[in-house]
Design a protein around this ligand. Sequence first.
Ligand code: HEC
Length: 117
Amino acid sequence: MQSHLVRGITRIAAVAALAMTAGLQAVPVMAAEDPLVLGKQLFTKSAVPACMLCHTLKDADASGAVGPNLDELKPNAARVAKALRDGLGQMPPYKSLSEEQILALARYVSQATGGGN
Ligand code: HEC
């Protein structure tokens, strides 16, 4: 009777521990690795200089007018990534962005404008 109870409690504790581990892993994955969230953050503030200073993009509430209006240009992801790596005309290359940040920006801008991959 007693050992039955102990075994039951042990099993419950094991399940709870598993659930906690899964929960702890799920939170940072969702917050930090959703490229669309990261891309929007970079676009509006963390890229230096921020894209929104020069570009219009409705999804980001951006109305910069130095560079082309991205809602009209609808660049695909490869075109955004190339502009970030190499720069273009007055747009500086973004040497300080990591590969992950470049891909997140490329994905965000192409998706938000309907530019595709
Ligand atoms: C200092 C102003 C400025 C900033 C900041 C800036 N851009 Fe640009 N961007 C431009 C200009 C100007 C052009 C057009 C260059 C040309 O066609 O000669 C351009 C072009 C582009 C293009 C079109 C590329 C092509 O192939 O025609 C994309 C996409 C783009 N920018 C994305 C971004 C993103 C994403 C960021 C932020 C990481 C950013 N830009 C930051 C000025 C800027």
